[in-house]
Design a protein. Sequence first.
Lengths: 221, 106
Amino acid sequence: MRTSQPNFFVPFDRAGIDPFRQRFAVTLRLEGTVRGTGGVHLVDETCATTVSGLYAAGDAATRQLVCGGFTGGGSHNAAWAMSSGFWAGAGAADYASQIRRASSSSLAYSSGGIALHDGGAAELDPANLVRAVQDEVLPYTKNYFRSAEGLGDALERLDGHWREVRLAGASSADNVVKAREAAAMLATSRWMYRSALARTESRGMHRRDDLARSIRHSAIT
Amino acid sequence: MIEFVSEARCITCNKCVQICPMNVFSAVKNAPPVIARQEDCQTCFICELYCPVDALYVAPDADHVSQVSEQRVIADGLLGSYRQNGWAIAVGADRPMDQSFRLGND
């Protein structure tokens, strides 16, 4: 094992643990949204999405095409990261060159608002917002053992945070990247729970405690 | 979590500053970079992997600072052990079971 997976043992060596002889604590790190539980739906072999000009790759894209409803880490995931990135990049480049040919004066508009535009209220605190999102997505009782009731309750609070941060002031230059990252986490958490509500099945990593396990019905979210 | 930048070993190439996905380091003119945002470290070991002189040490505890000393890490033979285990080509060439190091070859 040390020969084929040497990096796996570095943390054990540094912690002074012999994993072959000693017991050690294990923590379940729930990813919550990527890999077997979600990802943006792809419509063709260029990794295009249902939004014109938007291409998705890696963990952001559905893994259903390579792994069905379930996946872990490892070779097929690394292969998917590289191949989907290659296809999506080529697709986006083709799209951009076609747009350029079609119009010599196409304009791009920025659509992001949170922490960029002054919403009138105080500047948002990225660390606070990250904690608020984690409070809803990290607990296994909400995100691993999923139910319509639990997902709905979490969404109510997440939607409340969204309404609040829409009113935040523009962040300072030092803070704006972290603020945008925190806002992206909040947006993703709302998408993943809305997808989980729409996905009325139990399959792969997505388990709805209020719905029987099923392999007949499937929905790509 | 990132524990230290060895001032004795650092050649101030600032590769760690550029490669860290969480922007943990800040470059300092004519001096080794500083760990400016230690709490943002996600223990991904990428900085160790890119450091050409093994001047960085990431402890395995992702949630808390371990406050391990550079002398201790060197004495235990752990400085640079992430890079040496499976990534360095000199090591990889002697490991017939895993040829993935060839992905990094030009």
